[in-house]
Design a protein around this ligand. Structure first.
Ligand SMILES: [Zn+2]
Length: 163
């Protein structure tokens, strides 16, 4: 296992729609192990392949008791609304309030290629939506009005400069 370098905004790969996962093999298992290690090291609750430079339909998460690997993920059902603070490892964890569905159902394939569905509410549901967005080349700041988006980017760039 190894900790991978996290890609940061505005690296192009973050805006790329991921390729479907078609092979469920040892290589995929190793990649997911690296993704978990990278996520825990960065103290995140979710990590998509785009965030380590790979445009794939793949993410891992461990958020409020929901720990899973999702290949070819899709949010198939959304219900209700929640407004809460959200951040992203690729944008320096600068927080911003994002409106999301309160309840979400994720459909994805596990390491063996078996399809599963998982329902979650609150923060874990937010994570489903955030990570599935990543797989489709979308960042949480893309949900913000332009002025707030610019503010998050500015703060991120400023903090990066001081690091
Ligand atoms: Zn993110």
């Amino acid at each position: 296992m190894a900790i991978r370098k996290i890609t940061e905004y505005p690296e192009k790969v973050l805006a790329e729609v991921g390729k479907s996962i078609t092979e469920f093999n040892q290589e995929l298992e190793n990649l997911c192990a690296d993704m978990f290690e990278t996520m825990y090291d960065a103290e995140g609750v979710g990590l998509a392949a785009q965030q380590i430079g790979l445009p794939l339909q793949l993410f891992v998460m461990d958020c409020e008791g929901v720990k899973l690997i999702a290949a070819n993920p899709e949010v198939i059902h959304k219900e209700g609304k929640q407004s809460g603070s959200e951040g992203c490892l690729s944008v320096g964890k600068v927080p911003a309030v994002v409106l999301r569905a309160e309840k979400a159902t994720l459909r994805a394939q596990d390491l063996k290629g078996e399809w599963f569905e998982r329902e979650a509410t609150g923060y874990a549901a937010r994570c489903f939506q955030h990570e599935t967005d990543h797989c489709n080349g979308k960042l949480f700041i893309d949900h913000l009005p332009k002025m707030r988006r610019d503010m998050v980017v500015k703060r991120f760039q400023k903090e990066k400069k001081w690091k």
